[in-house]
Write a protein that binds this ligand. Structure first.
Ligand code: ADP
Ligand code: MG
Length: 256
């Protein structure tokens, strides 16, 4: 496999936070490679560092040590403005705590990445149509002019999902995307995320506690005490897509 297919590569990522009672080491050396079209699940106990890792993969934050590459380029060395421009074009992020703009309505929130891509110019009719289509798809077509505070947690989560998809990103990072959704809506959203990933060869990295979601991914990565303790490959899915997996992720599986 040539390095060209590797979209994201983390090398020995470390991250710690300085707190009043001392330094908290969250990630203690995480290495992983993610290719176009791959679906990777990150699991681990609450506080294990899953969101922290996802944010580093998406260039929302920089590591304390280690390196983060996108398509072989040193993401961790880019200034935030360059990372933000790359994110707007290529990365869709579903945040665990939604991060919607409280003063914007649902439609405007979904259009935010389009504005960012156009250097804050107005989104055109096509973008607006696409935003409405995505919101329809997540069951919010009738709530376009509502503000986030008028929505439930699950509804806000669905706005966040539509926003992550609006620029048709080839890297989709989703932090517990169905944590607040009922089973039916969750399944519909997941069907969309996975078919997008398969049909358009988009890579999907999803943090979850849900074993049924994990079972749909090609690889499951477990975080424990700041380290990656195991990784399980779901061969049927890998066969389905024809994407080979990395040897470092196919061994020492400790999960059942
Ligand atoms: N900005 C921050 N400042 C201080 N500590 C943080 C910050 N972000 C995360 N942490 C700490 O890092 C650890 C991992 O957090 P997180 O990545 O959110 O875990 P997870 O998503 O696996 O539940 C937690 O102990 C959390 O309190
Ligand atoms: Mg989290």
């Amino acid at each position: 496999m040539s390095d060209k297919a590797v979209l994201l590569e983390a090398r020995d990522l470390e991250k710690s936070y300085l707190m009043p009672k001392g330094r908290v080491e969250v990630l203690k050396g995480i290495s992983m490679r993610i290719e176009a079209g791959e679906q990777v699940c990150i699991m681990g106990a609450s506080g294990a560092g899953k969101s922290t890792l996802l944010h580093l993969l998406g260039g929302l934050d920089t590591p304390g040590a280690g390196e983060m590459y996108v398509e072989g380029q040193p993401f961790h060395r880019w200034p935030e403005s360059r990372r933000a421009a790359f994110r707007a074009r290529r990365i869709g992020i579903v945040f665990q705590s939604y991060h919607l703009m409280p003063d914007l309505n649902v439609l405007e929130n979904v259009l935010m990445p389009v504005r960012s891509l156009r250097r804050w110019g107005s989104p055109g009719p096509r973008a607006r149509d696409e935003a409405r289509r995505l919101l329809d798809r997540v069951g919010l077509g009738h709530r376009l002019t509502h503000r986030p505070m008028e929505l439930s947690g699950g509804e806000q989560q669905r706005v966040g999902i539509a926003r992550a998809l609006i620029n048709d990103p080839d890297i989709l990072l989703a932090d517990e995307p169905t944590g607040n959704l009922d089973a039916e809506t969750g399944n519909r959203v997941l069907d969309d995320l996975f078919s997008l990933s398969r049909e358009r060869k988009r890579c999907l990295v999803v943090v979850t506690h849900d074993p049924s979601l994990a079972a749909r991914c090609q690889r499951v990565v477990h975080l424990e005490d700041g380290r990656m303790v195991s990784s399980k490959t779901h061969l049927p899915s890998a066969r389905e897509t024809g994407i080979p997996t990395h040897p470092e992720f196919t061994s020492t599986s400790t999960d059942s």
